[in-house]
Design a protein around this ligand. Structure first.
Ligand code: PLP
Length: 357
C-alpha cells in the first residue's frame, strides 16, 4: 500500500503512540486516573494533560487558552455557535464543510469570493452586521494559503471576531492574528478523536456541551492518552518543522515532474507543497481509483469524495463540473519516501494511459 492522502489523515508518529501508551494502563497500573479527580492518580493524569496543553499552545499565538475538543469539527462549532448569535458570518467560498455548513445552518452566511488561484483577498466587502469572519489558513482540497493576517485586520475594522480553521496548517507554519483557531491532532501525526480550539484572552464563549465543564468552556472527561498523543505530536512538529518543510518541498518538486502532463488546480506559489490537486481532461476518476487500489489518494476532499457531489472548492476557483470531476488530490509529507511517491505516480499514470489519455 502506498499512502498519498495526507490531507485526509496522517500516520501516527511513533513518538505520539509511545506518549499515549503510558496512559492506557489496566487495573494493575496507576495511570488510568480521571484527570478531573482531586486524588493522586487524578492529579498525575491532570499533569499529563497540562504538559500536552503547553506543547499544543507552543505552536499557537501567546495570550490565549487551549480548549481540548473531540475533533476540529467540534472546535469550529464551539467557536461559531458559542461566540455570539444574530448578525452575519462572512467566510471564504472554499471553507471546509465544518465551517461552511455551520455558517449556513446558523443563517446569515456571506460568501467571500476566491480567485482562480484559490486565494481569498480582502478587496471585498463584508456585511455591516458581520459578527464573525472565518477564513482558513491552508485549504484542505487544493493547499492554497490564505492571507489570514489581512483578514484579521479587516475583521477588526468591521468589529467582527476572526476564526482561522488551521487544521491543515498547524505544525507546518506560523499561525498568528486570530481570535479563535481550530486544529485537529490527526492532521499532524497525532491520534484521531482529539482536536482543540485556541481562544484569545477576553473572548467569551457559550459552552455548547454542558455537564461537568471540565475544560471550562466544554464538558466531558478528557482522555489523557489522546491528549498526550496530541501534545507529543505538536512537540515533534515544532522540532521537525524545518526538516518536514524541506522534505515536503523535495517531494513536491519531484511530483511536479512525475505529473508534468497534469494541470495544477490552484496557484503554484502561495501553497502548502504537500498537496497536489490536479486534473486531466476526460479522466474517469472512479475508474482510476478502482484500478489503483494499492495507492491511497483522493478525488477531491475526503468528505466530498464518495458523495457524488462536485467539490465546491474546485467550482469556486472557476473549474467546470467536468474539470472538477476529472481532478484528483495527491497528498504527502513527513513519512512519505521518494520511492513511494515515484511508485504511486507510476501506477496512477499507467492507469491514466489505459484510459487512452
Ligand atoms: N477543517 C479542515 C480544513 C479539515 O481538513 C478537516 C478535516 O478534514 C476539518 C476541518 C475537520 O477536522 P476533524 O476531522 O478533526 O473534525
Amino acid at each position: 500500500m502506498i499512502y498519498l492522502d495526507y490531507q485526509s489523515t496522517t500516520p501516527l508518529a511513533p513518538e505520539a503512540r509511545d506518549a499515549m501508551l503510558r496512559w492506557l494502563d489496566g487495573p494493575d497500573g496507576t495511570a488510568f486516573g480521571n484527570p478531573h479527580s482531586p486524588h493522586k492518580m487524578g492529579r498525575q493524569a491532570k499533569a499529563g494533560i497540562e504538559l500536552a496543553r503547553e506543547r499544543v499552545a507552543a505552536l499557537l499565538p501567546p495570550g490565549g487558552r487551549v480548549i481540548f475538543t473531540g475533533n476540529a469539527c467540534e472546535a469550529i462549532n464551539l467557536a461559531m455557535r458559542g461566540s455570539g448569535s444574530g448578525g452575519s458570518i462572512a467566510m471564504s467560498a472554499i471553507e471546509h464543510a465544518a465551517v461552511y455548513d455551520t455558517a449556513r445552518a446558523l443563517g446569515g452566511a456571506h460568501i467571500l469570493n476566491v480567485s482562480n488561484e484559490g486565494l481569498c483577498n480582502t478587496a471585498q466587502d463584508v456585511p455591516d452586521d458581520c459578527r464573525l469572519i472565518a477564513v482558513m489558513q491552508v485549504n484542505n482540497e487544493i493547499g492554497t494559503i490564505q492571507p489570514t493576517v489581512d483578514w484579521h485586520r479587516k475583521a477588526k475594522e468591521a468589529g467582527a471576531l476572526f476564526l482561522i480553521d488551521a487544521v491543515q496548517a498547524y505544525g507546518k507554519m506560523e499561525i498568528t492574528h486570530a481570535d479563535m483557531i481550530a486544529i485537529s491532532a490527526h492532521k499532524f501525526h497525532g491520534p484521531k478523536g482529539i482536536g482543540a480550539l485556541w481562544v484569545r484572552d477576553g473572548v467569551e464563549l457559550d459552552p455548547q456541551i454542558t455537564g461537568g465543564m471540565q475544560e471550562g468552556d466544554r464538558s466531558g472527561t478528557l482522555s489523557p492518552a489522546l491528549v498526550a498523543g496530541m501534545g507529543a505530536a505538536a512537540h515533534l512538529a515544532k522540532e521537525q518543522r524545518q526538516r518536514d518543510g524541506e522534505h515536503t518541498l523535495n517531494l513536491w518538486n519531484r511530483a511536479r515532474e512525475l505529473f508534468s502532463d497534469w494541470e495544477l488546480n490552484g496557484g503554484e506559489d502561495a501553497r502548502w507543497q504537500g498537496n497536489l490537486n490536479m486534473r486531466r481532461e476526460g479522466l474517469d476518476v472512479n475508474r482510476l481509483m478502482s484500478e489503483c487500489r494499492n495507492v491511497m489518494f483522493s478525488a477531491g476532499s475526503a468528505c466530498a469524495s464518495g458523495s457524488g457531489k462536485t467539490s465546491h472548492v474546485l467550482k469556486a476557483i472557476g473549474l467546470s463540473d467536468a474539470q472538477a470531476k476529472s481532478s484528483i488530490r495527491v497528498g504527502f509529507g513527513r513519512y512519505t519516501t521518494m520511492e513511494q511517491l515515484e511508485e504511486g505516480a507510476a501506477a496512477i499514470n499507467a492507469a491514466v494511459k489505459d484510459q487512452g489519455l
